[in-house]
Design a binder for this molecule. Sequence first.
Ligand code: PMP
Ligand code: GLN
Length: 380
Amino acid sequence: PETKLPKVGTTIFTVMSQLAAEHRAVNLGQGFPDFAVPERLIDELDRAMRDGFNQYAPAHGLPQLREAIAEKSERCYGHRPDVNAEITVTSGASEAIFDAVHALVRPGDEVIVLDPCYDCYEPAIDLAGGVAVHVPLDPVTFAPDWEKVSAAISPRTRLLMINTPHNPSGAMLGQDDIAQLTALLRGTGIFLLSDEVYEHIVFDGARHESILRHKELRERALVISSFGKTYHCTGWKVGYCVAPPAMTAEFRKVHQYNTFCTFAPAQSAFAAMIRAEPEHYEQLGAFYQAKRDRFREQLLTTKLKPLPVPGGYFQLVDYSDVSDLDDAAFCRWLTTEHGVAAIPLSPFYETPPAGQRLARLCFAKNEATLDEAIARLLKL
Ligand code: PMP
Ligand code: GLN
C-alpha cells in the first residue's frame, strides 16, 4: 500500500543514540547537553507544580511567558512582539515548525529548503502535500548562494525555510545575507520560516541576525525558537513562534488541534527564569565558546580536522585523513570500533555532495565527557 512518508525511516539521531548505548560509546551524536539545567529553573518548576499550574494552559501559552518572550525579544533584538497577537508557545521548536508548515503550505505549493537542513523540515512539507525544493549551501562555508535561491523561486513558491545559527554546520547569516534575502523576497508573496533555536549560542562577538531585528522580513516571517537549547533541557520540549497577527492566527489554528497547549508547569518556570536571570542567556555564548575552544584544541591533536564553528553546539570534523568510508559508514565504524558516536551529514541532504567526508560532533558536554572522547579519538 502507498504510505504517506515513503522516504522516512528512523531518524539518524535515534539510530546513532541506540548504537552508542549498545557499544557504550561516548555519545557526541544526537545534540543534547549532558550537564545539569540551572538550579533555579528546577526550583521554579517545582514551585509551579505546587502552585497549581497543572491543568491546561491557555492554548497560546501562559500570558506571563508570552510577556517574558516579548521582553526578551525587545532586549535582544529591539523588537517587542504583541503578547496577545504575535506569540504562541509550542511543544518544542519541532511542533512550531510542523504547525507553521501546515498552516501555510497547500497541496502543490513549493517550499525552498537549504541543504544540509534539519531532518524534520521535509516530512512536514510532504505531509502538507507540498514539494520541498532543495538548494545547496556552499559545501565549504555553508553560506547560502542567494542567486541559487532566486533561481529556485517559481510561481508556486510559498515558503522559504532558513536556520541560523545552522545545524549541522554552525554557520550564521550575516548582515549581507539579510540584505540579499530582503531584496529577494521584496514584492513576492513568499513567507519565511526562520529556525533560530540556537539564537543565544553565538561566538567571537558575532551578532545573531534574528529576523525579528529586520522589519521588512519579520512582516512575512515566522520566527521559531526553543528553550531546550537555551536552558539545557531538550527533554522539556518547550518552544515558541513569533509571527505577525494574521500569520499567527493561521498558525494557531493548527497548534490548537495539534497539541492545544504545552506543558504548563514548565511555561511558568521559564517565565520566572527569563526575568530573574537574563544573564543566563546573555552568557550562554561565552559558556559554549569556552567548550568549543577547548574541544577544538584537543581535536587538533587528533587526525580529525575541525571546521570553523561560528555558532550552535556542533563541531564538524573532516575525517579524510583517517578513512575513505562514506559518512554513514564512518560514523557507525567510529561508534562501534572506537567508542565515539557522531552524526553523518548525508541525512541532512537530498543529494549529499560527492566525496564529502564530514561528521558532526556535539560539544554540549562536560569536560570529562569530551576528554574521554578525545582519548578515544587519539587512537584513530
Ligand atoms: N531546529 C533545529 C535546527 C534543531 O537543531 C532542533 C533540535 N535539535 C530543533 C529545530 C527542534 O527543537 P525542539 O527540540 O525544541 O523541538
Ligand atoms: N536537534 C537534535 C540534533 O540535531 C536532535 C533532536 C532529535 O533527536 N530529534 O542532534
